[in-house]
Design a protein around this ligand. Sequence first.
Ligand SMILES: O=C(O)CCC(=O)C(=O)O
Ligand SMILES: [Fe+2]
Length: 350
Amino acid sequence: MTSRQPTDFQSIPAIDIGPLFAADETARRAVAEELATAARDVGFFYVVNHGISEARQNALFEQTQRFFDLPYDDKMRYYIGKSDNHRGYVPAGEEAPDPTKADAKEAFDLSFELPADHPEVVAGTPMLGANVWPDLDGFADDVYAYYQDVFDVGRALMRGFEHALGLEYDALLGHVTEPPSQLRLIHYPFDPNATDAQGIGAHTDYECFTLLRPTAPGLEVMNGAGEWVDVPYRDDALVVNIGDMLEIWTNGAFVATSHRVRKVAEERYSFPLFFAADYHTEVAPLPELIAEGDTPRYEPLAAGDHLWAQTIQTFNYLKKRLAAGEIALPDGARGAGSLGQHARHKDEAG
Ligand SMILES: O=C(O)CCC(=O)C(=O)O
Ligand SMILES: [Fe+2]
């Protein structure tokens, strides 16, 4: 895939999305246009007035902190490598998108909850099924309540994109019914002695878009000139960025912008919700979005298989299962880290 370049932006726009949740059709369309412009030019934006209450966010922070404060052995009771649908605790070093440079972070991964007797789960579709929850009072309720709230914000954004792109109702959102949309609780510990300890190396996100709530600065995004631009911390906003699936669906009109987390200067948590299409969705440039005289610029992408392939190639427990022949890479899997404009700016990306 030839990834699109964003403009040479120097800052990230902020968009008030309050009108998306109100009745005024004209105001809703104006916000949708703003979202689409930011998605084209930058691929990153803050959304404010998103409607998720402070109480909901604080409960998420407190539960997350409580979990990561547990002794290592307690956390390992929920080790993701014991799960058959990729849920649970991800210790430092488990995940290595770039095998030469470990990320300084630990995480807890959950996703869209499906019951064990759901046909997709019975069929063994990767990454779908029930969540794993730590035995901590209120944890599952508080964390999954945030999941549902932030997922609803994602639905509102997707509806806005449909409007702004001139697509039919449900052209995009009709593919989001029970998606493998992960919420990650990420903890970046502060280690003053660590040298060269990046939080997360340069990458694009695999899904349609991501809604991120961080608790401190550290996020940087790459502009079209290959310069890293800081995303200042705001406590009133979610940071939204376009991912691979929407870049492909829009034939490159929207841009999946590369980003990274630099070495943190204080303890940091962050909460990305990766808003994905349903597992079996084939994501290909939409004919309505291919300009006259233009051609589809991307090969079709099997949504779920793309996620699964990238996940297999970046988690050690899955690499082991692959080597042991217990699982297989889906057909047509792309190599890890093959997408994103940071690949074009390797010198600057370091
Ligand atoms: O922690 C952050 O600010 C960003 C996390 C991120 O980019 C990711 O998990 O894909
Ligand atoms: Fe990311």
